[in-house]
Design a protein around this ligand. Structure first.
Ligand code: HEM
Ligand code: CU
Length: 642
């Protein structure tokens, strides 16, 4: 067969492919699908649902805080509400949605038919859904956790945390972390082994790099918090003494375990956001991003450094001075890699005359807001200042600047940017711009005053404050800002809902992007691309606007994916990819019974593991798969596979 060519696949071939990769129709298909795009979309919609719920809780908090001595909600409800808000935002919205963007986009961007462990992706989604429902059902039944999103002991321990509330928090953590690690393992493996031929590491899109670093951070950080929450639950249920000072345990151990996860967590949330910013910036500036190697190195450096800062959350616990100084220095150092990336984007914009469409507006909003959040972060890294403003609204302002500025703005830009790809229709630009301005101005009105309130001494996690403190005015302003922000989010989502039904048809590449995700139809067919593309540069579509050259010979009769070499992405193995399967769903049911039951009685752990073991047996029951190594002669990117 001939060398690589840009021929379109004949219709018979794509029809056969569509049948091979189809998801069964109806409810059965919904429960059994292993298509990463289906799972990614579902994940994203669910996460947006949790974002809206947690946002409503924020609206309630802001209503309560708008006036001094307000009695809108009771202190006990307030405790549950801020805990649910923080917990939902971090564990059920931010991390899952960032991973889900990867599940949807990574296979398209690397030009693969599917992902490495499609059934594991499905399992990840079901586990996430189960954990989220568990937490929210608890909240509705008045057993919502009330111990803050980091659930410090001894407050959350057996002595002070009576009832089941803290158990609900701890077990929800186990659910979501299992889910998070499953998705991360699949993403990392896909990136390493399933890139299109020719997509060497140095040609990988920056969003894919960001997802890779994030996946490793998830796999390294999440076990720490699972340990923290499992020790907590066993202290509470079976009387172990991990955190019991009187019996030789340690309360500080909890903080170390939690923040060894908790600090990397914030980078897990915003590194994918940085990846989106790079993609959007280069498309709207119509040039490849300035300083690709510098950006990749910064992502890697952030990933490593993020594990060396956790103690800055514990400055107020009275650590040795040596420790204080070390973690101050480390916390300041991490500003450098982020700074490098900001300069790279600015240089790209400088050179590129950016087109200020909605995604790009969110990028600009991100740069402004994130730099401000970074500056208050560097201030907090200094121990004397931190001991002054610890647990005040200054900290609440800081982390919303980095979380909303650093992750939510890029995410809103990214969702808008890839919406036409996933749905096939364009959102309305005027509504998009309106939503941006409402969100941006609302955000700063809501959160900037909190810096001042914090410096004036207003503590966080208080349900109200006395009239004569003089905090009323700024709090009212902050509440108004929050409602403007909420209106902006409403406009943003309504715009999507309208576009979903009536938007202009997008076509494969509405923004003129250069990455492989734009080479296929919108929405993409179940098999992604008819034939594996052969990649010759970082922006394959800009190099050959007619579409990249393709490779023939991958099976269309069976679900077959092409595995390639880790560094150079030479064709290596053809590998069978799983058919739709009900096992991930059933396995999740069995794990859920075990996890939920164990909150009430420790014996569920023992008996519950039997159905779980049976499920695993069913899942991994040997099937006729196939896997064929590709001969040495064909490795150098031929036009056809043997
Ligand atoms: C959408 C607009 C938002 C508003 C108006 C808002 C408002 C608030 C307020 C007023 C508090 C402080 C409660 C207190 O200390 O008494 C708070 C806490 C918190 N928020 Fe938000 N928030 C928003 C979005 C977010 C997002 C997007 C995230 C994360 C991705 C987030 C994460 C947190 C966390 C982790 C806490 C700490 C909870 C705790 O103290 O345990 N928030 N938020
Ligand atoms: Cu930190």
């Amino acid at each position: 067969m001939s060398a690589a060519e840009t021929s379109a696949a004949p219709a018979a071939e794509t029809e056969r492919l569509a049948r091979t990769w189809a998801t069964p129709p109806g409810l059965w298909g919904w429960l059994t699908t292993v298509d990463p795009k289906e799972i990614g979309k579902r994940y994203i919609v669910t996460a947006i649902g949790f974002f809206v719920l947690a946002g409503l809780l924020a609206a309630v908090m802001r209503a309560q805080l708008a006036r001094p001595e307000s009695g809108l909600i009771s202190p006990d409800r307030y405790n549950q509400i801020f805990t649910m808000h923080g917990t939902t935002m971090m564990f059920l919205f931010a991390v899952p949605i960032m991973e889900a963007m990867g599940l949807y986009l990574v296979p398209l961007m690397v030009g693969s038919r599917s992902m490495a462990f499609p059934r594991l992706n499905a399992f990840s989604y079901w586990m996430y859904l189960a954990g989220g429902l568990f937490l929210w059902i608890g909240f509705v039944m008045n057993v919502g956790p009330d111990v803050g999103w980091f659930a410090y002991v001894p407050l959350s321990g057996p002595e002070y945390g009576a009832g089941k509330r803290a158990d609900f928090w701890a077990q929800m953590i186990t659910f979501t972390e299992v889910s998070g690690m499953a998705a991360a393992a699949s993403t990392a493996t896909t990136i390493f082994k399933m890139r299109a031929p020719g997509m060497t590491l140095a040609r990988m899109p920056l969003f894919v790099w960001a997802q890779l670093v994030t996946a490793f951070m998830i796999m390294l950080a999440m076990p720490a918090v699972m340990l923290a929450s499992s020790f907590l639950i066993s202290d509470r249920l079976i009387g172990t003494h991990f955190y019991n000072y009187a019996e030789g345990g340690s309360t500080l151990l909890y903080q170390h375990l939690f923040w060894f996860f908790g600090h990397p967590e914030v980078y897990i949330i915003f590194l994918p956001g940085l990846g989106m910013v790079s993609e959007i910036t280069q498309t709207f500036c119509r040039r490849s991003v300035f300083g690709y190697p510098a950006i990749v190195l910064s992502l890697l450096a952030t990933g490593f450094l993020a594990f060396g800062l956790w103690v800055h959350h514990m400055f107020a616990t009275g650590l040795p001075h040596m420790g204080d100084s070390f973690y101050t220095a480390a916390s300041m150092t991490i500003a450098l890699p982020s700074g490098v990336q900001i300069f790279c984007w600015l240089a790209t914009m400088w050179d590129g005359k950016p087109r200020l469409a909605t995604p790009m507006l969110f990028v600009v909003g991100f740069i402004i807001t994130f730099v401000m959040g970074g500056l208050s972060g560097v201030m907090l890294a200094s121990v004397p200042l931190d001991t002054q403003v610890h647990d005040t609204y200054f900290v609440v302002a800081h982390f919303h600047y980095v979380l909303i500025g650093g992750a939510v703005f890029p995410l809103l830009g990214g969702l808008y940017y890839w919406f036409p790809k996933a749905i096939g229709r364009m959102p309305n630009e005027r509504a998009g711009k309106l939503s941006f301005w409402l969100i941006f101005l609302g955000f700063h009105t809501a959160f900037f005053p909190m810096h001042i309130l914090g410096l004036w001494g207003m503590p966080r996690r208080v349900w109200t404050y006395p009239q004569d403190m003089g905090w009323g005015g700024l709090n009212l302003l902050s509440t108004l800002g929050a409602y403007v922000l909420a209106t902006g989010v409403l406009v943003y989502l309504v715009n999507f809902a309208m576009a979903y039904r009536r938007g202009r048809i997008a076509g494969p590449n509405p923004w003129g992007g250069g990455g492989l995700e734009w080479a296929t139809a919108s929405p993409p067919p179940s098999y992604n691309l008819p034939r594996p593309p052969v990649v010759e540069g970082r922006e394959p579509l800009w190099m050959s606007p007619g579409g990249p050259a393709t490779l023939q010979g991958l099976s269309v009769e069976h679900r077959e994916v092409l595995l390639t070499g880790l560094v150079d992405a030479e064709p290596d193995v053809r590998h069978g990819s799983p058919e739709p399967s009900i096992w991930p769903f059933i396995t999740t049911l069995s794990v859920s019974v075990l996890f939920v039951g164990s909150v009430f009685d420790e014996w569920w752990l023992v008996w519950g593991s039997i159905p779980f073991a049976l499920c695993i047996l069913g899942w991994f029951w040997p099937k006729k798969g196939h896997s064929k190594r590709i001969g040495a002669a064909e490795k150098n990117i031929p036009g056809a596979l043997a």
